[in-house]
Ligand binder design. Structure first.
Ligand code: ATP
Ligand code: MG
Length: 254
């Protein structure tokens, strides 16, 4: 059975897309069948996977509006994972979904048809607690929360935890927190160390041991349209995401 993970944090720029793309590539490098769903109108996971978002005939938008199946829309990337692409058109989906029945569960319903083909489905959510994110949370078994160890990080986290709780009560009783991932980490920064220990104090084993360092190669790779693994396999960033994939595989091993 596929493990379906929503990669989410309503705070912008914390490393959701970088994590989605590079974890997808790292799990694929470990011979796992991976589907990455871009659920953000910014389409960054699409570009970062080497797909031109202006040249798409169908996207996740068509899937959410029940005009196409995921199987029709998916693209196999050069890094051996499949991608459901997105572009700006997706911004309209929210308004168009509002009048539709079961509007929170369109992605979940679409996934039922193909999830058995995958070991992992990763959903890159937009930086908002909107209907797109709710579709991601309804489709997922668990959430992976990337976060920067900054002053306001813990505050934002409590909002997210509340949202997950509400989703569990009303829409998806099985959803849980898979893990919290410290991203763009700078060990020389005393505040980062402090926030990091608070995080471990509050969330214990939910915090991944793997820490993603701030690494220029990770920031560069999208401009080459590739995960960092193909851009510079030896970089600290690439090694960190490979380690994260290993840690996840160990955690989910029977
Ligand atoms: P949004 O909320 O807009 O969707 P996001 O949470 O998906 O943003 P990313 O797009 O992954 O965040 O990252 C934000 C910026 O930080 C990008 O320019 C990205 O290249 C850069 N970045 C992400 N992780 C790292 C890292 N570990 N080291 C250096 N730069 C990073
Ligand atoms: Mg993003």
């Amino acid at each position: 059975m596929a493990k379906i993970l929503a990669i989410t944090n309503q705070k912008g720029g914390v490393g959701k897309t970088t994590t989605s793309v590079n974890l997808a590539a790292s799990l694929a490098a470990a011979q796992r069948a991976v589907l990455l769903i871009d659920l953000d109108p910014q389409g960054n996971a699409t570009t970062g996977s080497g797909v031109d978002k202006s040249q798409l005939s169908q996207t996740v938008y068509d899937v959410l509006l029940e005009q196409a199946s995921l199987a029709e829309v998916r693209i196999t990337t050069a890094s051996h994972y499949d991608l459901i692409p997105a572009n700006r058109e997706l911004a309209g989906a929210e308004v168009e979904l509002v009048g539709m029945p079961q509007r929170e569960k369109h992605l979940k319903k679409a996934l039922l048809e193909i999830e058995a083909e995958y070991d992992f489905v990763l959903i890159d959510c937009p930086p908002a607690l909107n209907l797109l994110t709710i579709n991601g949370l309804c489709a997922a078994h668990a959430v992976l929360i990337p976060m920067q160890c900054e002053y306001y990080a813990l505050e934002g986290l409590s909002d997210l935890v509340q949202t997950i709780k509400r989703v569990r009560e009303n829409l998806n009783p099985d959803i849980e927190i898979e893990g919290l991932l410290r991203t763009m980490f700078d060990p020389r920064n005393a505040l980062s160390q402090q926030v990091s220990s608070q995080l471990q104090h509050h969330f214990g084993a939910k915090v991944y041991n793997t820490i993603i360092p701030r690494n220029i190669r990770l920031a560069e790779a999208p401009s080459y349209g590739t995960p960092v693994l193909k851009h510079d396999r030896t970089s600290k960033g690439a090694q960190a995401y490979l380690a994260l994939a290993d840690e996840m595989l160990e955690r989910t091993a029977p």
